[in-house]
Every structure is written in structure tokens, then in C-alpha cells.
Design a protein around this ligand. Structure first.
Ligand code: GLU
Length: 469
């Protein structure tokens, strides 16, 4: 049997990291088995579902590279199918019309609570045939009255639920719309889902869904209920902990591969390996190796992975993502060095691509002002002669390369008999605007010789103005 998994988010917000991890596990399992991965948008809650949220999910999945083989299916486009099967269950006596009003049901529930019982529908209309003419009704599923449902969960092991715990679930509301649990069941069946990987918050739905699947004569898929993600403080991960939306991680400058590697390890392990290529994830992944306990989110580790991948992924892959951040900072990349060359010398200096874009503007455009502190410290009258000297030597270079640039700097220090820093720091502030940059030979090499001259001239003017004031 070929494996088919699915990710079935409800489009009520963004794609959050918990959902993304579930999606990743489903995707990995399908890939590891040579199976298919289905994307299904569970938009039956019309009040809470939005087009924007649907798009946010698609964007998040695409950004992560979790491509789907089938879908995205929309539940709202499948209402006819749900209705057809509800009618079938009615015809077969496996479901029934319930005419109980909401008020009546509330009253019963209150009484049950007062008696210390669990509120449940008492099966009032299960066997009645005296249906009132023209009244609206809900359709309830006839849950088996005895026996038990057994789930052999891939993560949580064997779970048994007695049918006496379950009441007759509404599968069609009185307004005619099908309910959530019913749609999930029909979809899982129609889409040939063999393995349902989802959050543990759905574990209570599973026995009901299994009973409905059985009533329909559908095969029962395997289940794997993934535990929650907690924040670093041990509480359920929420906005309080910072970013929880996958796209926020993009905006903050993380590489999708770093996020995927981070998420896969959040609850799953393969020995003590921390770094995984996608192929390695696919090769080693198994549902049975997912841990049962909740996992705590650790931003430091995500940053560590991001730094690792900025340095180690093929530079064109990094640059594709970095480009977006430079554009976000309104940096025009057409006039300046190849972005790949900037990445090569900046990657180990930053935590994120956003930070990289923020500190790399000087490669592409002239800056308006020198950083105040750096200028105060390094663009002083004493720097004038070193700057003039190094500029002459730099401008005399025929072949603009790191070696020749370095030689010009060294010779300046030698000739003037001053330390390297007395040449290097003013030069760095002059050319980059601040006191932080990769080594000068590599930095200047990526900036045109003429631009270097212009910026040094500007620094000399700055020093002159300072002398005169
Ligand atoms: N739509 C559900 C959710 O977003 C998932 C349902 C399922 O995976 O069965 O939580």
C-alpha cells in the first residue's frame, strides 16, 4: 500500500511553527516512503476562515519548500460530497435526525452537570420516528453503544476509548452544513490518506472519526498525534514568546532550511545528529521515533542553525533568500558586487539574513553619514596623512584584488611607521561608514576603486571640517 499523508490546516490565522512542524513530519513521512503528500484547507468554519489566512498557509508552505503532490483541496468545495454521504448514513440507519432545540439541550446539560455527570446528548431522537413536519433538524451519527475504539498511535502507543464515553455526534447542523469531524473523515477516506499525522489536540476526535469511518466502510488510517511545542519558559508556545508565524521567521532573516532542520529536531531524533540535509531527514525519518513529550522552543538553537546554513549552504541558495532582505531594505543590488560575494564575506559575521542586509548597504550605495562614534574615534586629524597616503597607493593599483589592496595598506603603515590599525581603522570608517566590516582587503575588493577614492575624499573633508570647527 502506497503511503499518503496530509496536512489539513484551518485557515484562521498564519502558519504557525506547530503547524509547520506537523506539516514537515507528514511531508517527510510521505517522502521517506515514496508516497504522496496532500494539502487540504479545512475551511468549513466560514466565520473564522479567511482568504488571507489561506494564502498565508500556502505562502508558508512554499517558503519552507514543503511542496504538495495533491491539492490544495478546499472543504467548502466538497459540500455536495459530504451531503451525499450524510444522506447515505441516514438511509442506512447509521445516522438520524435530531429535532432537539438548543435550549432543550442546554437544559439537559445543566442538569447533567448538577448531577456531576459529563454533559452529553442522551440519544433522545436516536430511535424515534415521530418526526415533526417542517421543523429544522440536525443529523447525528449513531455512535456504537458498546465496545471500544482502539487507536495504535505511532507516537503515543495503544489508546483505548470505551464507546460509552462518546455520544452521538452532530454531523450536519440544523442549517444544513456538515460538521468538522465528518468532513475530516470523508476527506481522509476520499483522498486515500493512509497516515494521519496531526497535533495531539485532535486526539479526542480520533475515536469518533474511527467510528464514522467504520460506518462508511472506509479503511482506518494510521494515526500519529504529535505533542505540543512549548516556549522557552515551559508554557504553551504563543505570541508572547516572540515569533510563532513561519513567515515571521522569514521576515526575521532565517533560512527555510534552518527552520526545517530546527523543527525536525523539535520532537524527533536520529541519534545525536543535529544537522540534517533534506535528503538525510527524508532518509532517517520515521514516525515511531517522534517523542511523546512536549518540546520547548529554543531560539538560540535556531539562530545557531541559521548561522550554520548561511555559511554552508550553496551560496546561490543563500543569495536567493538574502536578495529578498536587501530589497526589503531598499538596497539596489544592480550597482555593486555580486550578492554571492558579499555573502561569502559577511555570512559568519551575522545571525540572520536581515542583519546581513542591514550591515551590507555600503557595498551597493554611498552612505549619507559616518557612524557617529566610529567617526569620532577614527576620523581625527591624525588620520589625515595615513588616509591620503593609503589612497594614493590604492589608486595606483592596476589589478584591484585583495592581495594588492592589502599590500597598499601594509606599505602605508610601514612608510609612516605607524601601527596597522592607524591606517586600517580610518580607512574602514571612510569606506564602510562604520567600525565593523570584514577584513579590509576583502571588503575593498568588492567596492570599486573609484568609489573607494570618493569615500576617502569625503572622510578627508569630514576631518578637515572637524579641524576647522
Ligand atoms: N484542521 C485541523 C487544524 O487545523 C487539523 C485537522 C486534522 O489534522 O485532522 O487543527
Amino acid at each position: 500500500m502506497s503511503v499518503v499523508t496530509r496536512f489539513a490546516p484551518s485557515p484562521t490565522g498564519y502558519l504557525h511553527v506547530g503547524g509547520a512542524r506537523t506539516a514537515l513530519y507528514s511531508w517527510l513521512y510521505a517522502k521517506s516512503q515514496g508516497g504522496e503528500f496532500v494539502l487540504r484547507i479545512e475551511d468549513t468554519d466560514i466565520e473564522r476562515s479567511t482568504e488571507q489566512a489561506k494564502q498565508a498557509i500556502l505562502d508558508g508552505m512554499q517558503w519552507l519548500g514543503l511542496n504538495w503532490d495533491k491539492g490544495p483541496y478546499l472543504q467548502t468545495e466538497r459540500f455536495d460530497r459530504y451531503k451525499e454521504l450524510i444522506q447515505q448514513l441516514l438511509n442506512e440507519g447509521k445516522a438520524y435526525k435530531c429535532f432537539m432545540s438548543a435550549e432543550e439541550l442546554d437544559k439537559i446539560r445543566e442538569e447533567q452537570k448538577l448531577r456531576g455527570e459529563k454533559p452529553r446528548y442522551p440519544g433522545t431522537w436516536r430511535d424515534r420516528t415521530d418526526h415533526p413536519e417542517g421543523e429544522s433538524f440536525a443529523v447525528r451519527f449513531k455512535n456504537p453503544l458498546d465496545g471500544k475504539v482502539i487507536i495504535n498511535d505511532h507516537i503515543r502507543g495503544k489508546i483505548e476509548i470505551s464507546n460509552t464515553e462518546l455520544d452521538d455526534l452532530i454531523i450536519q447542523r440544523s442549517d444544513g452544513t456538515p460538521t468538522y469531524n465528518f468532513c475530516v473523515v470523508v476527506d481522509d477516506w476520499d483522498m486515500g490518506i493512509t497516515h494521519v499525522v496531526r497535533g495531539e489536540d485532535h486526539i479526542n476526535n480520533t475515536p469518533r472519526q474511527i467510528n464514522i469511518l467504520e460506518a462508511l466502510g472506509a479503511p482506518i488510517p494510521h494515526y500519529a498525534h504529535v505533542s505540543m511545542i512549548l516556549g522557552d519558559d515551559g508554557k504553551k508556545l504563543s505570541k508572547r514568546h516572540g515569533a510563532v508565524s513561519v513567515m515571521q521567521y522569514r521576515d526575521d532573516g532565517f533560512l527555510p532550511h534552518a527552520v526545517l532542520n530546527y523543527l525536525v529536531r523539535l520532537g524527533w531524533a536520529h541519534g545525536d545528529q543535529e544537522i540534517f540535509t533534506l535528503d538525510e531527514m527524508i532518509e532517517h525519518f520515521s514516525l515511531d521515533a517522534i517523542g511523546q513529550s512536549a518540546s520547548a522552543f529554543n531560539t538560540e538553537k535556531l539562530i545557531w542553525l541559521n548561522q550554520h546554513y548561511m555559511k554552508s549552504l550553496p551560496v546561490d541558495e543563500v543569495s536567493a533568500h538574502a536578495r529578498w532582505h536587501f530589497e526589503e531594505q531598499n538596497i539596489n543590488l544592480t550597482d555593486g558586487p555580486a550578492l554571492e560575494d558579499v555573502i561569502a564575506i559577511q555570512a559568519d559575521r551575522v545571525k540572520t539574513l536581515k542583519e546581513m542586509a542591514q550591515i551590507s548597504g555600503y557595498f551597493y550605495e554611498d552612505f549619507a553619514n559616518f557612524e557617529e562614534k566610529a567617526a569620532k574615534k577614527h576620523l581625527r586629524p591624525v588620520a589625515r596623512i595615513p588616509l591620503e597616503t593609503v589612497n594614493d597607493k590604492l589608486q595606483a593599483i592596476v589589478d584591484w584584488n585583495p592581495e594588492n589592496i592589502q599590500r597598499a595598506i601594509n606599505q602605508t603603515a610601514d612608510e609612516l611607521d605607524i601601527g596597522m590599525g592607524k591606517v586600517g581603522m580610518p580607512l574602514r570608517v571612510a569606506v564602510t561608514g562604520g567600525g565593523n566590516s570584514p577584513s579590509l582587503d576583502l571588503t575593498l575588493n568588492l567596492i570599486e576603486k573609484e568609489k573607494v577614492a570618493q569615500r576617502i575624499a569625503k572622510a578627508l573633508t569630514f576631518i578637515a571640517n572637524r579641524e576647522n570647527s
